[in-house]
Ligand binder design. Structure first.
Ligand code: ADP
Ligand code: MG
Length: 688
């Protein structure tokens, strides 16, 4: 049974011979897990060939070479007139070209001279260096073997992405042991054909012969990627099906009040077509017997809040309550300030609850929620503290979806009787992928900006020209323009070539009268105060220097200039988010991307994408394409799934194949898919 192999996969690495708890915990840091499985899902990144050369003259300094050498003499190192000299073993290759092997650790002299006895041939593998004095040098070779034992040097060495305290030899030792055990189990038990195929692909990837074996589209990597996608896609398909089960019926609530027409009347603008379509989709969900689970994706400024508000108003027509969850206190307060006047006109009680609420004031709010008087509660995770109760929670709206995990979603759900869920996200995921990533949710896309928005003018300039830039924007600032000035890091000492917010602040402060500073290391209260002051239309704070703490959501319609320093350090998605902080009012806005001297061609390309388009979906698509090139920036905050074998760019066809298979899966496939879900840790939530 395949179970035998799955049990082995789940074994802690410390039970592998030669791995103790210390080594296992080092692996944990690199693998993000310490099971045999975590090791197996960690593919090597490339192959280092170690074919045996006859002569050093065929190699370049810097190459890793494996070569037959005749040992000629030993030269003992040690301290000489206050200098530490290496131990040198002088050798010749087959064509009598000299090669010196050097060891800097003199204590081991006897050991090395024993391993490299004068007058004998040895096969030596290591990095070739060159010095004018000694000619060809190999420092601390990785392998030294007699000609009979040359087979012990791998001809094609798999090189693993590694970390502190782990050598490539440790990796290959453990790999060898793991595959020995796998082979024992394969002989001792009858495994399914699919499992055998899977193990075979894994083995080829861990013993690659060429880099082609590790290429995303090599047969083995593609096979594993498909398995991984199938695991995710079946989990998604099951979650989707579970949602529609009988025990997840949403309560039927009769309409008691007429509020919606009034809501449309008091709106100060006409909804865009995309907003209206999304609202229609939400209302259609409200008519279904199962709870809504909908993700609204729309660029920054596309007007998601009003869509959410329409849903809350519709819910309030039945007397049920809505909560709107924001990622920070500031944003919660901002939503409240915006929505409270609308609610008042509709006669709806609206309240805000965050971590700042304490004591009697907080109690008052909780009583109002419990009694059902408060119909719309806006806040942070404080809204689902243990002691917060609702009379009839009908709708949970989550703003900036990716900041709330599944656990929090579930806690929120538990506060009501199968409440509807609506998530709002400004991180556009390419259409081709959204189904496969958020496949257990229905998706609405707001792909239209409110009328009258003027496109933001975006340009990129080298950081050397910062002073020109300052002189150029100075007149605008004097005329009242507000400027966001974003810097990547806070303190100068962290990375020397980056302009920190603090020093930029000091510099701008000399030039302009009222500059604000806001960064993550500041006290939260202080930070909120600065932001509030900047947002206040009456304040004369014209420039806000900050780190990316302003990234999400903050709304300052009068801000028209966004300067981003070291823009090349940010991912496309983050830059797009930041730029979205301007261009929200009726005036022309500008985004200036300052880039450093060390910008890479990929970095420049990213900035060009931004200069060319404001369409979040186009940007997301480009992001996806470039990510394959190995850009790491921006992956963490994007909230996308971190796959082991899947490459977003190279495996798009496999996404579709796996999705189709997951949706049509028959009982025979189901068993295999269930095993894959265990292997790839894909959670299935009962009745999600
Ligand atoms: P998002 O949350 O999608 O970034 P918001 O909901 O905060 O966007 O809306 C951005 C701004 O646009 C707000 O000031 C909002 O009042 C305004 N707005 C929303 N919908 C429209 C519309 N249809 N026409 C004009 N302005 C709108
Ligand atoms: Mg918003």
């Amino acid at each position: 049974m395949d179970k035998e192999i799955l049990d082995f996969f789940n074994t802690d690495l410390q039970f592998i011979h030669g791995v103790g708890p210390v080594l296992a915990s080092k692996f944990n840091d690199v693998l993000d897990g310490r099971r045999v499985l975590d090791f197996l899902l960690h593919a090597p990144s490339y192959v280092r060939p170690r074919e045996i050369l006859d002569s050093v003259t065929n190699a370049q300094p810097g190459d890793t070479i494996t070569i037959s050498l005749m040992v000629k003499s030993h030269k003992r190192g040690g301290m000489f007139r206050g200098r530490r000299l290496p131990t040198q073993i002088i050798c010749n290759d087959k064509f009598a070209a000299p090669v010196t092997i050097q060891f800097f650790n003199v204590n081991y002299l006897d050991y090395w001279t024993e391993k490299l006895p004068v007058g004998q041939w040895r096969i030596v593998s290591g990095r070739l260096d060159f010095s004018n004095k000694n000619g060809a040098i190999i420092n601390h070779p990785e392998f030294i073997e007699t000609p009979e034992n040359a087979y012990k040097i791998p001809k094609h060495q798999a090189i693993y992405p590694s970390g502190e305290g782990l050598t490539q030899k440790t990796f290959s030792n453990i790999r060898d042991q793991i595959f020995n055990i796998i082979h024992e189990r394969i002989t001792a038990h009858v495994l399914s054909d699919r499992m055998l195929e899977f193990l075979d692909a894994l083995e080829h990837v861990h013993y690659p012969e060429t880099n082609d074996d590790l290429a995303p589209n090599g047969i083995y990597m593609a096979k594993l990627a498909y398995c991984e996608l199938l695991a995710h896609q079946t989990a998604i398909a099951i979650n989707r099906r579970n949602r529609k089960t009988l025990k997840n019926q949403r309560p039927v609530r009769a309409k008691k009040y007429d509020l919606l027409d009034k809501f449309y009347e008091i709106l100060p603008f006409h909804l865009t077509g995309a907003q209206q379509r999304t609202i229609d989709e939400i209302f259609a969900d409200f008519k279904k017997p199962v709870p809504m689970m909908r993700l609204v994706q729309g660029d920054v400024g596309s007007g998601k809040t009003m869509v959410a508000m329409a849903a809350a108003v519709k819910m309030a027509e039945t007397g049920a309550q809505t909560v709107l969850l924001a990622p920070t206190d500031t944003l919660a307060q901002q939503h409240f300030n915006k929505l409270a006047p609308l609610c008042e006109k509709l006669g709806l009680v609206c309240d805000v609850l965050t971590g700042r609420d304490k004591g009697a004031g907080r109690n008052q709010k909780l009583i109002s929620l419990k009694s059902g008087r408060t119909k719309i509660a806006i806040g942070t995770h404080a809204l689902f503290s243990d002691d917060v109760e609702y009379k009839d929670l009908g709708l949970v709206i989550i703003d900036e979806q990716h900041r709330f995990g599944v656990a929090q979603r579930n806690a929120m759900r538990a506060k009501g009787n199968n409440p509807d869920m609506l998530a709002l996200s400004a991180t556009p995921i390419p259409r081709t992928l959204s189904m496969t990533i958020y496949g257990d949710m229905d998706i609405s896309i707001i792909n239209e900006k409110p009328a009258g928005r003027i496109p933001i003018k975006t340009s990129k300039i080298p950081v050397l020209r910062t002073n020109d830039l300052i002189e150029r924007i100075a007149p605008q600032i004097e005329n009242g323009a507000k400027v966001f000035w974003v810097c990547p890091l806070v303190s100068e000492s962290e990375i020397s070539d980056m302009t920190a917010a603090q020093s930029r602040y000091e510099e701008l402060n000399k030039r302009f009268s009222h500059v604000g500073l806001c960064h993550g290391q500041m006290d939260k209260k202080e930070r909120d105060k600065v932001m509030a002051e900047f947002a206040n239309p009456d304040s004369d704070m014209r420039i806000l220097v900050s780190t990316t703490v302003i990234e999400v959501g903050i709304d300052v319609p009068s801000a028209t200039i966004m300067v981003i320093e070291n823009a090349e350090r940010f991912g496309l998605a983050a830059l797009h988010q930041l730029r979205g902080r301007v261009g929200r009012g009726a005036l022309q806005s500008y985004c200036i991307l300052l880039y450093g001297n060390n910008i890479t061609p990929d970095g420049l390309k990213r900035l060009d994408v931004l200069c060319e388009t404001e369409d979040g979906f186009v940007i997301a698509e480009q992001d996806l394409m470039m990510r394959g090139v190995g850009e790491l920036l921006g992956t963490k905050q994007s909230g996308w799934i971190q796959y082991h074998f899947v490459n977003y760019r190279e495996h798009r066809d496999l996404f579709r194949l796996a999705q189709t298979a997951a949706m049509n899966n028959n009982s025979d496939d189901e068993n295999w898919a269930a095993q894959l879900r265990q292997i790839f840790d894909c959670a299935v939530t009962a009745g999600a």
